[in-house]
Design a protein around this ligand. Structure first.
Ligand code: PRT
Ligand code: ZN
Length: 179
């Protein structure tokens, strides 16, 4: 029987990189690492270019791919929230302009709650939008809450919790059982 080196897609730089490598170091196996931007990890795994991947749940659900979740990894914890200045509350969402790097997750939340709002997709630095008048509210990740505070923003509602997850190509189920 031939054994094939398992290919694992991990973030090439950024918040999940070091802990992803630390997690994989617990195993004896030789892995072939594919280092890419986190947004592309679900697609690489779903297409079979990588067998497994490590990515945040927020990225996994924002980029539907067909990859399957193997397990939650207990690092990279954060939450996706809608936030605004202190004059804003849950009623402020209806009709608001909300900027976010996660338009799909925000759209699903709005639809599930019968809310209508304008979604403005941005790549980053979401938190400076309201004070520049670019948007009324933001929808972004929060960990310590420091960035919201620095921008005089408060959480209005939580959309989801997120942590790093191990995902696999759907055709692989139970083929490798080292994880
Ligand atoms: O280049 P690439 O596309 O791969 O990286 P990226 O810039 O998209 O992602 P990166 O490296 O910033 O984050 C990777 C993953 O880490 C995210 O997809 C989340 O799953 C997870 N994660 C955990 C976080 C945070 N915590 C986090 N705090 N990702 C981003 N943040 C940002 C947040 O956007 C906000 O601007 O940190 C700021 C808030 O942090 P606090 O501590 O001030 O609340
Ligand atoms: Zn990214």
């Amino acid at each position: 029987m031939t054994t094939k080196t398992i290919k694992i897609a991990v973030q090439n730089k950024g918040r999940l990189k070091d802990q992803s490598l630390e997690y994989l170091n617990q195993y004896q196996n030789e892995f072939e690492l594919i280092s890419i931007r986190d947004d592309d990890i679900p697609l690489y795994v779903a297409s079979g270019t990588a067998d497994y991947g490590i990515v945040g749940e927020n990225v996994f659900y924002e980029n539907p791919s067909g990859a399957k979740i193997v397990k939650r990894l207990n690092f990279g914890k954060c939450k996706l929230v809608i936030a605004g200045d202190k004059t804003k509350n849950i009623q402020s969402i209806q009709g608001a302009r909300i900027s976010t790097p996660y338009p799909r997750l925000l759209r699903a939340f709005l639809n599930n709650n019968n809310l209508r709002a304008e979604i403005i997709e941005v790549a980053g630095s979401t938190e400076i939008g309201p004070k520049l008048g670019f948007c009324d509210l933001i929808c972004d990740l929060v960990q310590s809450g420091k960035t919201l505070k620095e921008n005089n923003l408060i959480e209005i509602v939580k959309i989801m919790d997120s942590e790093a997850i191990l995902i696999e190509n759907p055709t692989l189920t139970n083929k490798y059982n080292q994880f």
